[in-house]
Design a protein. Structure first.
Length: 194
């Protein structure tokens, strides 16, 4: 993107891409879940920086599904990372609405149009593709989204349009968060040198 603001971190985590072999999305999640089919709250805290009380609050509000036997599966972790990557620029209840718009009720996978881990993968793939684009525009974002979700098979009529619309909002918000972070860093530098 011509904004030249790139994130060295894996989206939604506090881990640097280079420390994880420059992987994101499903490749990253596969590394996290390589040994086990579930991860504990302490591991989520380590990866994301989210404290336990915050995650419990999200669960209590119905934004995150309950862990099974104190372990979170790959889709739950992806869901948590998506919330985490957006929470600095979108209100939490709006993020919850957006994720519900995509997949319906949090505790009912029968109304999902996409697994959360695949959604996270699409987000990461789109973000990576956008860093290689010369022009930052709504048209560019839409074009990249359409290319990245070309392999998506609709679970229900209109699902592709819903997914595309939600991805456009997510990606735009993510870049807004990166721009805000960059602005905050510039301001902090100015204030410390004044």
């Amino acid at each position: 993107m011509n904004l030249e603001i790139n994130d060295a971190m894996i989206p939604g985590t506090r881990l640097k891409k280079r420390d994880m072999g420059n992987v994101t999305g499903l490749e990253f999640l596969s590394k996290v879940f390589y040994i086990s089919e579930g991860v504990m709250l302490s591991q989520i805290r380590e990866v994301s920086g989210i404290d336990g009380s915050t995650l419990q609050n999200w669960t209590k509000r119905g934004w995150v599904a309950n862990a099974r036997l104190k372990k979170y599966n790959i889709d739950q972790v992806a869901h948590i990372l998506i919330i985490n990557m957006l929470r600095s620029c979108i209100q939490l209840d709006h993020i919850a609405f957006l994720l519900q718009y995509i997949n319906g009720k949090i505790d009912d996978t029968s109304d999902d149009i996409i697994r959360d881990s695949v959604l996270y993968d699409y987000i990461c793939r789109i973000l990576e593709a956008l860093t290689r684009e010369d022009v930052a525009s709504k048209a560019t974002i839409k074009d990249v989204i359409n290319r990245q979700i070309a392999d998506y098979e609709e679970a229900a009529p209109g699902a592709r349009d819903r997914l595309s619309t939600a991805l456009e909002i997510i990606v735009t918000a993510y870049y807004a968060a990166l721009i805000k972070k960059s602005s905050d860093e510039m301001l902090a530098h100015l204030m410390s040198s004044y």
